[in-house]
Structures are given as structure tokens and as C-alpha cells.
Design a protein around this ligand. Structure first.
Ligand code: DLL
Length: 433
């Protein structure tokens, strides 16, 4: 086990709370004094930074949401003058303007520390050759990891995304031991390695995957296909980028760095859920200078786990992200999370793990859900040859988990577009009809 910053990773809860309160007061004062949006929100809520006497008082602070970032595009929420901002990142989003986030030199430095902690936590060290196959650019993934890899002293390969055959060649030629990318791209890389018959030539031992939801069954599949231990990596641009929470070697929940973030898990009314219950992750930054955020509604659904962890760290732990408050599909009144569908598909023989969910509204104005599933090569051999049986099996298993009838469309291998970044799993055509 290796700790990057044991003074924070194993801090006792009382000292941690004291540190959090000190940092919360500083952050609240910084946004109140420097950002018109926060000054107005604080006034509407009837609260001033000086009212923060204990950590519990954080609940008096107003929430921040994604539309607030859009409304203040591009630099309206920066708490320092532009001359102190050394970098920006932006996320494209599905509608309207992107959301822009900024960093001071200290922010970049602290981000690199957090990432180094994350990587040390899963056993990455200076001997490792680290292929970073996330997009470098406005997306936070590539550069965020890059700085952490260098900070830790591993050898960084800034492979970025695309050219999958070349990615596999680099892995062989450079003796890559750690791969970092989205889980969908990892699946694609594993599939291509098998097709090119190079899986045996890889020396990977660790995979760190994130940026989008994935399931524990996908973890098993990636671990078997690539001969690695695979870890979940969570983050979002608004809070810093990747590195907000990461699994440890126990693979039992993600540690959040609560010396940098104040963590709440809330119900839709904004009240804390009981321990262990599902709720929305709400985060406040405690150390950021350029772009601090107060009670940011991430939209990500998770649950708080017992803080004690086998690895010895005392930081707050959350479960893997169970879905998004706003990505949850409502089909005939039933809540459907794409991750539930993924879980079912991964366990069935004869199909690949590539899938797409298509939502339509029929002539009777009823929602129809179709799951497009790809057949694997083995689907045409032995007892699996009977495709109708495979289709029935997928339909039955989906029905038993989702409590709703789904149409299953079996499609040829390779039909569903592969991605080097985040996968597009849902095509919602209901509005168009
Ligand atoms: O995706 C940062 C990142 C890059 C994290 C690479 C990890 C690895 P955004 O583009 O702002 O930032 O998207 C953030 O992606 O609110 C979640 O909904 C989703 N997400 C990120 N990581 C995970 C994960 C980056 N491990 C949004 N599991 C978040 C589930 C995830 N969802």
C-alpha cells in the first residue's frame, strides 16, 4: 500500500472537519467578495460567509447548477482576475454553450497532487509506463491525468484518442503497464487486440477507467480480456476534472478527497438521505481559487459508504455512480438506468457488450424501448446458433430487471458505432414524433 499524502488520506475525522470548515469559510468569502452571481445567491438565501460557524451551516448556502454556469458563460464565475488564470477547460454539453472552467497555477498544482494520490492508491509508481488514451484538449481528461502521471514520476505516454491499431502498437513497443481511458474505449481496445491477435503481447497490469458510467460486470470483462486490475475513476470539469474520486486496491467504492471537497448526498428536495441510501452527489470545492463552486448539484446518483476501508484511508467513500438524476430514462412511468441494461447484457453468452437504447413513441402514444444488441462471433456456433433463443433470453432477462417489456434487436457485430471517448448509449426519438 502506498500513500501519496498520508497526512490527509488518513486524517482523523475531527481534524478533517476542522480543516474543512476553515477552507469552506475561505471559499465562501472568496466567492461572495469576487463573484456577482454568488453575492446575489447568498443574499437571496439570507446568508453571509460569516454565518458559517460549523460545517452543518453549509446547508444554508445556495445550490449551484449547470445552467448557472451557462448563464455566466464564459468567465462570469471566476473568482480571480483573468491575469491569474493560467488555463481553461470546457465541456461541450448536449445543448447551448459549453461550460467553461478556469485554473490558477495553484489549482493546476493541487489537481496534479490529487491525481498523483489517486494513481498511487491503485499501485501506480515510478516504474510504470502509463498510456493516457483520453482526449487532450478542452476536455479535462487528457491533461488532468497527464499532470498527475508526471507528478507521480511514472512515464507518461500522451497517446490521446484514436488510431486504435497504433494505440496497441505503442502498448507493445513501449511496454505499457497502465492504461487510462473511458471504459467504452477500453472495450474497443480489448476487442481490437483480440482481432489483431496481440493480447498476449501486452504487459498491462492496471487499467483506470472513467468519464462515463460502467458496471461491475464490465469491470470483470475488461480485467479478463486485458489481464489487468481495473479501477473506477470519477470526476467532473465543474469540480476540477478527473481525480475527484477514485477506487483503491480494495475495489470497494471510491474515495473522495474531502480535504479538497465537501460532500453531500441529497434527495430531490435537497435534504440529506439516510446513510447508505441513494441520492444526488452535491459537492463544494474547498481549495480552488479560479473557479470555486458552492454546493454543485452534480446530477450523479450515488450512495455514501461506511468510511472505514480495508486500505486504511479515512476519507469519505461513495459507491460507483449508479446513474444520473437527469439521464434516468422514464419509460411508461418506469425509471430505467442504462447501467441496468448493461449489467444484464454483459452476463449473456453470444452477444457483445456494445448496445444502444432507442426510445420511440408508438401510434397509441405509448413509449417503446428497443435495445440494439450486437451478436458476437460465437453466436453462430453450437447451441447458440438459434438466434431466436438468444433474442428471447435477452428479452426475458431485461424484463425481469427493468419490469418493462423491451424490444430486442440483434444486429451484426460492428454495427454499433465504436467510440474513442464517451459512448452514446441512448437515442431518444420520442420528441420527434
Ligand atoms: O468526464 C472528467 C473525467 C475524465 C473523469 C476522465 C474521469 C476520467 P466531464 O466531461 O465534465 O468530466 O463529465 C463529468 O461524467 O458528472 C458523470 O456524470 C460522468 N462520469 C465521470 N466519471 C464517471 C464514472 C469528466 N467513473 C460527468 N462513473 C460526471 C460514472 C462518470 N459517471
Amino acid at each position: 500500500m502506498s500513500y501519496w499524502q498520508p497526512e490527509y488520506e488518513t486524517m482523523d475525522r475531527d481534524s478533517l472537519k476542522e480543516l474543512q470548515l476553515k477552507r469552506l469559510k475561505k471559499t465562501a468569502a472568496a466567492v461572495y467578495n469576487n463573484v456577482a452571481f454568488y453575492q446575489q445567491k447568498f443574499s437571496e438565501a439570507g446568508v453571509k460567509p460569516d454565518d458559517l460557524k460549523s460545517l452543518e451551516d453549509a446547508s444554508k448556502l445556495p445550490f449551484t447548477r449547470k445552467p448557472d454556469l451557462r448563464a455566466n458563460y464564459p468567465f462570469g464565475l471566476f473568482a480571480v482576475p483573468n491575469k491569474d488564470v493560467v488555463r481553461i477547460h470546457a465541456s461541450s454539453g448536449t445543448s447551448g454553450k459549453p461550460t467553461v472552467v478556469g485554473y490558477t497555477a495553484n489549482d493546476i498544482d493541487m489537481w496534479a497532487d490529487m491525481m498523483a494520490r489517486d494513481l498511487a492508491m491503485v499501485g501506480v509508481g515510478s516504474e510504470d509506463v502509463f498510456q493516457n488514451s483520453l482526449n487532450y484538449g478542452l476536455f479535462t481528461g487528457g491533461m488532468g491525468f497527464h499532470n498527475g502521471i508526471e507528478r507521480l514520476g511514472a512515464m507518461a505516454i500522451p497517446a490521446a484518442t484514436g488510431n486504435t491499431a497504433r494505440q496497441l502498437e505503442m502498448m507493445q513497443d513501449f511496454g505499457v503497464t497502465v492504461l487510462n481511458c473511458t471504459p467504452s474505449y477500453a472495450l474497443y481496445l480489448a476487442e481490437t487486440a483480440e482481432e489483431l491477435d496481440v493480447t498476449d503481447k501486452l504487459s498491462l497490469r492496471i487499467g483506470t477507467f472513467g468519464g462515463e458510467p460502467w458496471s461491475s460486470s464490465t469491470r470483470k470483462e475488461l480485467e479478463n480480456a486485458l489481464g489487468i486490475k481495473a479501477y473506477d475513476s470519477y470526476g467532473l470539469s465543474e469540480l476540477i476534472g478527473p481525480g475527484v474520486a477514485f477506487e483503491c486496491e480494495e475495489q470497494d467504492g471510491l474515495h473522495i478527497w474531502d480535504d479538497h471537497f465537501l460532500i453531500e448526498v441529497l434527495d430531490p428536495e435537497g435534504e440529506p438521505v439516510a446513510e447508505g441510501e441513494k441520492g444526488e452527489l452535491v459537492l463544494t470545492s474547498l481549495t480552488k481559487e479560479a473557479f470555486p463552486v458552492i454546493r454543485y448539484r452534480t446530477g450523479d446518483i450515488t450512495r455514501l459508504l461506511e468510511p472505514e476501508c480495508g486500505c486504511g484511508r479515512t476519507t469519505t467513500r461513495i459507491s460507483r455512480i449508479l446513474g444520473r438524476a437527469d439521464d434516468m430514462l422514464i419509460v411508461r412511468g418506469i425509471n430505467v438506468f442504462p447501467s441496468q441494461i448493461e449489467d444484464v447484457l454483459v452476463g449473456i453468452n453470444g452477444i457483445t457488450d456494445q448496445f444502444q437504447i432507442v426510445l420511440d413513441r408508438n401510434q397509441r402514444r405509448m413509449d417503446e424501448i428497443t435495445v440494439r444488441v450486437e451478436l458476437a462471433d460465437i453466436a453462430f456456433t453450437g447451441e447458440l446458433k438459434d438466434l431466436a433463443t438468444t433474442k428471447k433470453k435477452v428479452e426475458n432477462e431485461l424484463k425481469s430487471v427493468l419490469n418493462i417489456r423491451t424490444n430486442v434487436e440483434l444486429v451484426e457485430k460492428g454495427t454499433i458505432p465504436r467510440t474513442t471517448g464517451k459512448a452514446q448509449r441512448v437515442i431518444d426519438r420520442r420528441e420527434a414524433i
